[in-house]
Design a protein around this ligand. Structure first.
Ligand SMILES: Cc1cc2nc3c(=O)[nH]c(=O)nc-3n(C[C@H](O)[C@H](O)[C@H](O)COP(=O)(O)O)c2cc1C
Length: 224
């Protein structure tokens, strides 16, 4: 049994344990704009990302501090107005068709330079927030920032939880049915694994809810 005290490990090794074991992780491609330069569009992927609750509809993603302890551009842009940000962002869900362009958006560009241009993605005006959504994304969540929780302010690798309230959901025609079920084939979402690995969501299986799932295992049809 490996029994590890995280405080005795290097931060880089703690990071490898997190991203190698917490898999697959959904990917938020987050668009923001700089409060002081409204034409400076920013776009970056974040896989420390998830939903928070449905009442109100809210989600979170986690931009870590940079190696110098400073804030990534996305956090600088989307933090609440009271903290100097614009207080708004859009989470664009990533289908396999734009996985490569999404990863390209992780490139460090000078503050104010747009990853939309670098990756060849198309900004489309949002309905209620100022940052644009990504036209190539099948479903986008327009958000107002509720709160940023900082686990180690100003320190390298410190975590920041950005909680956003979803104020608009924009989905491609046909993706969501009349009962608000999202078609997983049309979504064709991708996930991030450890290292440089990613996965698709094309190998799925169903299980009955709760104790009825016991003994079902993974149905053979789901194995390659
Ligand atoms: C698929 C993917 C997922 C990522 N997830 C995160 C994450 O959850 N948190 C984080 O701080 N950086 C993450 N990164 C790195 C950021 O995208 C990268 O630091 C980016 O340059 C930040 O952009 P910004 O400075 O414009 O905010 C991820 C990169 C990739 C390719």
């Amino acid at each position: 049994m490996l029994d590890l005290d995280p405080d005795a490990l290097e931060p880089a090794d703690r990071y490898k344990l997190l991203i190698g074991a917490i898999v697959p992780r959904p990917i938020a491609l987050v668009s923001t704009i700089a409060p002081e330069a409204p034409h400076a569009l920013n776009l970056a992927p974040f896989s420390f990302f998830n939903g928070v609750g449905s009442n109100p509809m809210s989600l979170l993603f986690c931009p870590a501090n940079r190696p110098d302890g400073g804030e990534k551009d996305t956090l600088r842009n989307c933090k609440p107005a009271a903290e100097g940000g614009l207080g708004e962002f859009v989470v664009n869900i990533v289908p396999a068709a734009i996985a490569d362009r999404t990863v390209a958006c992780a490139e460090e560009l000078a503050y104010g330079q747009s990853e939309f241009d670098l990756a060849g993605l198309t900004p489309e005006p949002s309905r209620l927030v100022r940052p644009p959504r990504v036209a190539e994304s099948p479903i986008c969540f327009e958000c107002r920032t509720v709160q940023v929780i900082r686990t180690n302010p100003g320190q390298p690798g410190g975590g920041n939880i950005v909680i956003g309230r979803v104020v608009r959901v924009i989905a491609r025609e046909g993706l969501v049915d009349g009962r608000y079920h999202v078609d997983p084939d049309l979504l064709d979402g991708v996930g991030r694994m450890g290292g440089l690995s990613y996965c698709t969501t094309r190998q799925r299986f169903t299980l009955p809810f709760g104790r009825a799932a016991l003994g079902q295992g993974v149905p053979p049809a789901a194995t390659p």
